[in-house]
Design a protein around this ligand. Structure first.
Ligand SMILES: [Zn+2]
Length: 338
């Protein structure tokens, strides 16, 4: 089969790779129906994370089950499945508590920009849809496997409640999905921080009531203007830089909460500032598996359409162009179809 391999910053190639096989009885192999490039894939692509030896890429996927190991009974060959970037047995103590992305047997997916993918812990990771979903739903189901699940977690971690005010820091795919999540969870006012016209438009379509294009202290001042001078009840931090985390902390009111889902790079906290802020913090890799059945239902019932974050569709063999377009911010998110 063929798949994406990163060799060096800016150098992703579509190459021949060994066909994945069932190596443990808890594995499944799926044929990829759709995969994509994640904002977090850009960290190594931009040379901001070490690459080491050339290796496959990708952690978002929907597909058709080809083969399952002997211990996998929850899905069977021929079914359309949605999974998560973090695999989980869905039975250990952390999974039972709803923290499947801290599963004691967790393995992160990392080879999904390929024609076939081996999924470890398949029994507890993959959720099959009823029959093959209509084509119009495939991209939104793909979004559920990572960006929508992560935006959902950001909103829950920030404790978005009916009638509350939420700020979303970051207008990438996760931030935009965070807007959807805040809306679904009943936020009355949703303030999206974005400087890009096309992303502002999508944020509004997804439910943002206000847009703030300023950043830093000016951005914080604008948030306070819109929130009676105190800051927002909930802030979804969806970037992962020192600046975005500061923006998020300063945008929350005393007693408010920040859900941070951007993988932190060079983020440091000042204990004294945090102490006096009265702001609650919860973050980490989203336990997407916990939300899959609900989010799949919301997609298939037409309630949410997170697939709109994909604004570039390419054949999988042009995966390198997908990285390039996202790196140059010509695309929010590149969809790849084998
Ligand atoms: Zn587990």
């Amino acid at each position: 089969m063929r798949g994406a391999v990163i060799h060096a910053p800016g150098d992703v190639r579509f190459e021949n790779l060994d066909d994945p096989r069932i190596s443990r009885p808890t594995d499944a192999v799926i044929r990829t129906v759709a995969t994509c490039v994640c904002g977090s894939d850009l960290w190594p692509y931009r040379g901001l994370e070490p690459i080491g030896d050339p290796h496959p890429m990708g952690h978002e996927y929907v597909g058709i089950v080809e083969e399952v190991g002997s211990e996998v009974t929850s899905v069977k060959p021929g079914q359309f499945v949605v999974g998560s970037f973090a695999t989980s047995d869905n039975t250990c103590a952390n999974c039972r508590n709803g923290w499947q992305s801290s599963c004691l047997h967790r393995e992160f997916m990392s080879t999904c920009q390929a024609e076939y993918v081996r999924v470890p812990n398949a029994h507890g990771t993959l959720v099959a849809t009823d029959g093959h979903p209509a084509d119009e739903f495939v991209t939104s189901l793909l979004a559920v496997s990572d960006v929508m699940g992560t935006g959902w977690y950001a909103a829950l971690a920030a404790e978005v409640r009916p009638g509350s005010t939420a700020v979303v820091v970051g207008d990438g795919a996760v931030g935009l999905c965070g807007v959807i999540a805040a809306k679904e969870l009943g936020a009355e006012r949703i303030i999206a921080m974005s400087r890009h016209a096309s992303r502002q438009k999508l944020a509004r379509e997804f439910g943002a009531t206000d847009i703030i294009s300023e950043r830093g202290e000016e951005g914080t001042a604008r948030v306070k203007d819109l929130t009676g001078g105190i800051g927002a009840d909930s802030v979804l931090e969806c970037v992962g830089t020192a600046e975005s985390m500061r923006q998020a902390l300063h945008s929350a009111r005393p007693g408010g909460n920040v859900g941070f889902v951007g993988v932190p790079h060079e983020v440091r906290f000042d204990g004294v500032e945090l102490f006096f802020s009265h702001v609650g913090l919860r973050g980490g890799p989203a336990p997407v598996r916990r939300y899959l059945p609900d989010l799949i239902d919301r997609v298939l019932s037409g309630r949410i359409n997170p697939g709109k974050v994909f604004d570039l569709t390419l054949p999988l063999e042009q995966v390198a162009e997908g990285y390039k377009a996202m790196d140059e911010r010509r695309a929010i998110k590149a969809l790849l179809t084998p």
